[in-house]
Design a protein around this ligand. Structure first.
Ligand SMILES: [Zn+2]
Length: 460
């Protein structure tokens, strides 16, 4: 391309040079006559005049273009400054939102709305400003308008879900979460919120589908997905049993236990159904396997029921077999101490409690020690000493929510305080996630606490 142009220039320059030489070799005059006017000039002067004429014409054309285009350019400049002012209002509004000044934010939102033709951005500001000032209707209006905008629909849904939850309208929140999930199935808070809401509503199958999608998109870790699936199957098994589908109930429980034998609820469910079906031996094996990975006091009576042993001394032997599956765990020693206590084996009971308690016995151990001393009718001062220790003893293991830290008397699939599904763990306080690592704390703050009454957006 460039070489072609260079060659062309050479040709033109050569032609011009040849023309000039040709003209110089042939000097002459030009005479023009018109309506009584007469012009005498040389050919060279005429050529110069023609070139000057062409240049002046080009100049006039450019001047004309500039004059015609000026109003447009002026308008453009004006629009530019308007837009700049609009964005300044928007920025100040967002700064006011960040500072928590709702009134100021609303003022800037209104100005930005007048100046900018960007409904999506100004709506977002208006919604946040309305939320800050506690203007629920204003916020709702803005969120609803955002739903109509393709880019903002997701944010609008998020706002409306938060409002529905604060209103206690679970059904509406669930329907909105389903819409949000359709829009962005890869967003973690959508997956988690929808899953928890479906579980709260007892929609186990739907929750399962959401969970599967979450695992597929790596929003839920595979290991956590497996454990939650097992707990969903435990609930489905309960449902099947209530509906009289004993076969389904048992196969679901078996699948749940196979997936997550470390979930005590799965062990309990399968063992209870096996006992009900008259298969005590199988139930005992189930509980032994469960005890090996996750022992829990509730499994002991179930194990004794499966063994069908009623004689106190023989029951100690039965519990010893169970404890043997996990001999170093505190639950094994406490279970043996309790069985020994029932059988009147005070020394045996004391020995297990001493092992269970170590140097700093927890509340349960102190209470049981007091009971042993009382029933053994030994020194009354010892009973008193053990009961006095209860006040300062470290807390026992209990059902605690790993999401919110709430304590529960018994296992339940959904945490009553935060609404999360499958978060209850049998633990001592301090070993659960109440004090979260910093990166997790930030994540929790960034996500809207949909299930909780308080969230990232302040309550009205
Ligand atoms: Zn909770």
């Amino acid at each position: 391309m460039t070489t072609l142009r260079t060659i062309l220039w050479f040709v033109v320059a050569a032609a011009a040079m040849l023309g000039a030489v040709w003209l110089a070799e042939r000097p002459g005059n030009v005479t023009a006559e018109w309506q009584g006017w007469r012009l005498d000039t040389s050919v060279g002067a005429l050529m110069v005049a023609v070139v000057v004429l062409i240049l002046v014409s080009i100049g006039l054309w450019l001047l004309y273009r500039w004059i015609v285009g000026a109003p447009g350019a002026l308008l453009e400049g004006w629009g530019e400054s308007r837009r700049r002012r609009g964005y300044r209002e928007l920025t100040q509004g967002l700064a006011a939102v960040a500072a928590g000044d709702g009134v100021e934010a609303q003022k800037h939102a209104r100005k930005a709305e007048q100046l900018l033709s960007e409904p999506a951005l100004t709506l977002l500001l208006s919604a946040q400003a309305a939320q800050l000032t506690g203007d629920r209707d204003g916020a709702k209006k803005a969120f609803n308008a955002m739903i109509e905008d393709e880019q903002m629909a997701f944010l609008g849904l998020r706002g409306l879900i938060g409002q529905a939850l604060r209103d206690g309208d679970q059904g509406k929140a669930l329907a909105l979460a389903e819409r949000a999930f359709k829009l962005r199935p890869q967003t973690p808070w959508v997956v988690h919120s929808l899953f928890d809401m479906q579980a709260q509503a007892g929609q186990w199958k739907a929750a399962q589908e959401t969970l599967d999608a979450g695992v597929r998109r790596k929003v839920v870790a595979a290991d956590k997905g497996r454990s939650l699936k097992a707990l969903l199957e435990v609930e489905r098994s309960r449902e099947a049993e209530q509906e009289g589908r004993a076969e389904d109930a048992l196969s679901l429980a078996r699948e749940a236990f196979g997936l997550a034998p470390e979930r005590i609820a799965a062990t309990e469910r399968l063992a209870a159904l096996q006992i009900k079906a008259g298969d005590g031996k199988k139930a005992m094996r189930t509980i032994e396997r469960g005890w090996a990975v996750a022992p829990h006091p509730d499994l002991v009576p179930l194990y004794l029921e499966a063994a069908g042993e009623s004689e106190a001394l023989k029951r100690v032997g039965v519990v010893r077999k169970l404890a043997g599956q996990n001999p170093s765990d505190i639950e094994s020693h406490i279970a043996l101490a309790e069985a020994s206590l029932e059988a009147g084996l005070w020394g045996e009971a004391r020995r297990h409690l001493e092992t269970a308690g170590g140097t700093n016995p927890p509340v349960r151990v102190c209470r049981l020690m007091a009971e042993v001393e009382e029933r053994a009718q030994a020194d009354p001062a010892k009973v008193h000493d053990w009961l006095a220790k209860v006040a300062d003893a470290p807390a026992d293991r209990s059902w605690r929510c790993t999401a919110c830290g709430a304590h529960h008397e018994a296992w339940r699939p959904v945490c009553e305080s935060c609404g999360a599904f499958g978060t209850l763990q049998w633990r001592t306080p301090g070993t659960y996630g109440q004090i979260l690592p910093p990166e997790q704390q930030i994540a929790l703050q960034a996500a809207p606490a949909l299930a909780a009454p308080t969230g990232s957006s302040p309550p009205p």
